[in-house]
Design a protein around this ligand. Sequence first.
Ligand SMILES: *[C@@H]1O[C@H](CO)[C@@H](O)[C@H](O)[C@H]1NC(C)=O
Ligand SMILES: *[C@@H]1O[C@H](CO)[C@@H](O)[C@H](O)[C@H]1NC(C)=O
Ligand SMILES: *[C@@H]1O[C@H](CO)[C@@H](O)[C@H](O)[C@H]1NC(C)=O
Ligand SMILES: *[C@@H]1O[C@H](CO)[C@@H](O)[C@H](O)[C@H]1NC(C)=O
Ligand SMILES: *[C@@H]1O[C@H](CO)[C@@H](O)[C@H](O)[C@H]1NC(C)=O
Ligand SMILES: *[C@@H]1O[C@H](CO)[C@@H](O)[C@H](O)[C@H]1NC(C)=O
Ligand SMILES: *[C@@H]1O[C@H](CO)[C@@H](O)[C@H](O)[C@H]1NC(C)=O
Ligand SMILES: *[C@@H]1O[C@H](CO)[C@@H](O)[C@H](O)[C@H]1NC(C)=O
Length: 393
Amino acid sequence: MWDRNIALSCFALLAARSVAAADCTLAASGSDDAPAFLAAVAECDTVIIPSDTTLNVSTRLDMSTLSDTLIDLQGTIAFYPDIPYWSGNAFSFDFQDAITAWLLGGTNVTLSGGGTLDGLGQEWYDEFASNSSLLRPIILTVYQGDGVTIKDITMLNGPMWVNLVYESNNVVYDNITITAASTSDNDAKNTDGWDTYRCDNIVIQNSIINNGDDCVSFKPNSTNILVSNLDCTGSHGISVGSLGQYPEYYDIVENVTAINIRMSNAQNGARIKAWAGPDVGSGIVRNITFQNFIESEVDNPVVIDQCYMTDEDACAEYPSNTYIADIYFKNITGTGTDSVVASIDCSPDGRCLNVNVDDLSLTGPDGDAEYVCENLELSGNAVDLFSECTYTS
Ligand SMILES: *[C@@H]1O[C@H](CO)[C@@H](O)[C@H](O)[C@H]1NC(C)=O
Ligand SMILES: *[C@@H]1O[C@H](CO)[C@@H](O)[C@H](O)[C@H]1NC(C)=O
Ligand SMILES: *[C@@H]1O[C@H](CO)[C@@H](O)[C@H](O)[C@H]1NC(C)=O
Ligand SMILES: *[C@@H]1O[C@H](CO)[C@@H](O)[C@H](O)[C@H]1NC(C)=O
Ligand SMILES: *[C@@H]1O[C@H](CO)[C@@H](O)[C@H](O)[C@H]1NC(C)=O
Ligand SMILES: *[C@@H]1O[C@H](CO)[C@@H](O)[C@H](O)[C@H]1NC(C)=O
Ligand SMILES: *[C@@H]1O[C@H](CO)[C@@H](O)[C@H](O)[C@H]1NC(C)=O
Ligand SMILES: *[C@@H]1O[C@H](CO)[C@@H](O)[C@H](O)[C@H]1NC(C)=O
């Protein structure tokens, strides 16, 4: 619903939109605010959600073709947890059966203002515990965007992945605080901070993430990505992949730098994962740098796994067709929860080339540390930490 007084001036301005740009302010209606929010972005250059306002979004938001729009979110956008509605009506993607509540895209679009997106995930976490095939919406998908900035926003309790960047270029996320935490015994599962898919030139920086799955994950065809100054707690790490899952696709992840990362109480730190086995896809992972990581209580601080989700025999018979080259693990320190602190496990016959390890200093729980590798020749000043790589062919 429009705020009454301001709406009057807004509509007055709308009449003269070609002459003057309009600022519109939204107010809560007491029922679904999605239609008013959609109308506002269609009509106004700047849409303000004031700090005392919580918009109730209970139907999906298609804002995929905006231009020159600022959403000034000072208050909160809450996604009403109508589980049957979203499971059946959210926007859906073929990729990993993902669904989303909100498509935000177009050119020169900004979402900022210090406010909050609230995924109201608790009901979802509890429902998912009894229905593992439940489709759960990603709160925000930057979709076919070019020149999109998301800045100074808190994202709470997403039902699933919190952010998906899909078929978009030139996207910046800056100063984002993500928290996904369950208050019941049912975990906040699959609450990735970010997933990128078919994207180029993405920056994710200066952000704090507390969640229950990947902190950031680069899915197929993610190129030229900078991830910098993140503090990730409870996550599954910063992951390239998984790649090579779908037989019909060639997957590319190239030119990625993840730098100045603090990773605590996580399953993984810096990770690359690719499928092997029959009936999988293929691809290339090239020029990836993981630099200046401080890890604390991480199960697998440094990982390359070219047998992801594949049993040992199938992996030996059908090695990964996703090749890996020019990888840099640099200045990674801290503690692991297992004595194996680095595991670089490649498929045979030169499927991993030019993997560099420099300035690694990781300790296991009893102060011991095992660095293991398979089927590649490492370079860098930390090579001597690794047990000699075994080769199979
Ligand atoms: C949000 O909208 C839904 C559906 O229109 C409604 O059932 C619910 O009561 C609303 N909640 C609030 C807090 O306005
Ligand atoms: C981008 O959009 C904003 C309005 O949100 C406008 O002020 C600015 O001039 C636009 N920038 C360009 C390069 O068009
Ligand atoms: C579980 O979720 C799926 C997908 O959202 C839905 O089709 C199915 O009906 C749900 N099952 C139950 C028992 O609720
Ligand atoms: C980051 O965003 C928060 C609101 O989420 C704001 O209070 C804070 O000032 C921002 N920090 C910077 C450095 O802009
Ligand atoms: C990735 O890009 C390559 C080259 O353009 C293309 O062949 C492949 O189908 C793309 N993969 C996906 C998952 O879109
Ligand atoms: C590797 O990627 C980085 C960005 O992460 C880029 O600056 C650099 O030019 C790339 N190097 C090569 C050889 O492509
Ligand atoms: C990676 O970076 C290099 C150097 O800037 C550039 O030449 C190459 O095109 C980039 N690769 C992709 C896939 O964008
Ligand atoms: C190594 O990483 C730490 C933590 O990010 C940083 O403070 C330090 O400056 C880095 N060392 C070098 C030589 O870059």
